[in-house]
Design a binder for this molecule. Structure first.
Ligand code: PLP
Length: 392
């Protein structure tokens, strides 16, 4: 698409970031399962995309190009999962380098970082996402090479000021990477706010149909560090299969519609339940009462995302962690429409008790239920939660 840069995100997405002329007339994006690509008599590649699918696959190219444009970056790379994308960044650091992460963030990344950094001689400190001083205090100027944040972050939906985080990282000579899985490029474009890199678990809203595990990195600029990240994908073999890439491309064509609808549903649900007698809190950055609301209003456009958490009151007589956990699990058990399952960003709403899933070392309170709001009719979702809470 020659004039892509001027197109609005919804338009770019609806066309899958391509023109039929680009691929021999196919209106829907084609799928290239071949692992290897032929050369002509002069030994030049017939399709310039690449020679072998672990380095590059022609199915990736329009998806990567579109996602780089959507995020306002120079280049994008697809990975076999969000974790594989994260590992490719962390493994591009050198032993002795220092990372600053967050105490509350996607638990898979936090847990892996703690173990990996200890084993591979990387320093790691975790800052408090809700306290802007904490990030600056965790930095070791000259040694910190990577600041890794998430916003809004799992599962309190604290909002980190990306402009601030970029300034703090850059003053110390570090890169800022943002896990923007929850915000999606529809709501937030971290590179425009100063981030050097954006990561997505494309398994979530980007694909949006719960049928492909995928990851994405977008870089603000191609430099030597990015070259190492790119080499980690090829040499570590962290590639996405062509069919998963094709499913992701298909899902992305409706990303804007899905995110608009799920964010609007989430805001309506958060407003409906924020003072419910069976709840002690509704955590959602779109509520004025949320501590991150002012920053969210500044750095998120068009909505506040599909994710929220409910904190359930204990039944009369017991308020210890066991009683709180039982009350929250009771609410989840009574949901008839909302599905009890992990993950997020799909068409159907999900409910999850994170403390049960994360186990005894989890910092997540026992009374917390995480909701991923889908694209259903909001009245059906409100009715399901009302009846589930009624017996709490
Ligand atoms: C799911 C998720 C990840 C990990 O991505 P995978 O695709 O499961 O490897 C990272 N960050 C966030 C916020 C996530 O929700």
């Amino acid at each position: 698409m020659s004039d892509e840069r001027e197109l609005k995100p919804a338009t770019l997405l609806a066309h899958g970031g391509r023109r039929p002329e680009d691929d021999g007339g196919d209106v829907a994006p084609p799928l290239h399962p071949s692992t290897n690509y032929a050369r002509d008599e002069a030994y030049s590649l017939i399709n310039p995309a690449g020679s072998y699918s672990r380095d590059a696959n022609p199915t990736y190219l329009p998806v990567e190009r579109m996602l780089a444009r959507l995020e306002g970056g120079e280049e994008a790379l697809l990975f076999g999962s969000g974790m594989a994308a994260t590992a490719a960044v962390v493994q591009a650091l050198k032993p002795g380098d220092h990372i600053v992460g967050l105490k509350v963030m996607y638990w898979g990344i936090r847990g892996w970082l703690i173990d990996f950094c200890a084993d591979w001689g990387l320093g790691l400190d975790l800052a408090d996402a809700a306290d802007p001083q904490s990030l600056a205090q965790a930095i070791q100027p000259g040694r910190t090479k990577l600041v890794w944040i998430e916003s809004p972050c799992n599962p309190t939906w604290d909002v980190v000021d990306i402009v601030d985080a970029a300034r703090i990282a850059h003053q110390a000579g570090a890169r800022l990477a943002v896990d923007s899985t929850v915000a999606t490029p529809v709501h937030t474009r971290p590179i425009e706010l100063g981030a050097d890199m954006v990561m997505h678990s494309a398994t979530k809203s980007l694909n949006g149909h719960g049928d492909a595990v995928a990851g994405l990195l977008v870089t603000a600029r191609k430099d030597a560090f990015w070259d190492r990240v790119h080499a980690n994908r090829a040499n570590g073999g962290a590639v996405l299969g062509p069919f998963e890439t094709w499913l992701l491309h298909r899902g992305l064509r409706t990303l804007h519609l899905r995110v608009d609808r799920s964010s609007a549903n989430a805001l309506a649900i958060a407003r409906h339940f924020h003072d419910h007698p069976k709840l002690t809190a509704v955590l959602y950055p779109g509520l004025e009462s949320h501590p991150g609301h002012a920053i969210a209003k500044r750095q998120m456009q068009g909505g506040y995302g599909a994710m929220m958490s409910l904190r359930v009151k204990a039944a009369p007589g017991g308020a210890d962690a066991t009683a709180l956990g039982a009350a929250a699990l009771g609410v989840a058990a009574r949901c008839k429409l909302i599905v009890r399952a992990t993950s997020l960003g799909g068409t159907e709403s999900l409910i999850e008790h994170r403390a049960s899933v994360e186990g005894p070392t989890s910092p997540i309170p026992a009374d917390l239920l995480r909701l991923s709001i889908g694209i259903e009719d909001k009245d059906d979702l409100i009715a399901d939660l009302e009846q589930a809470l009624a017996a709490a």
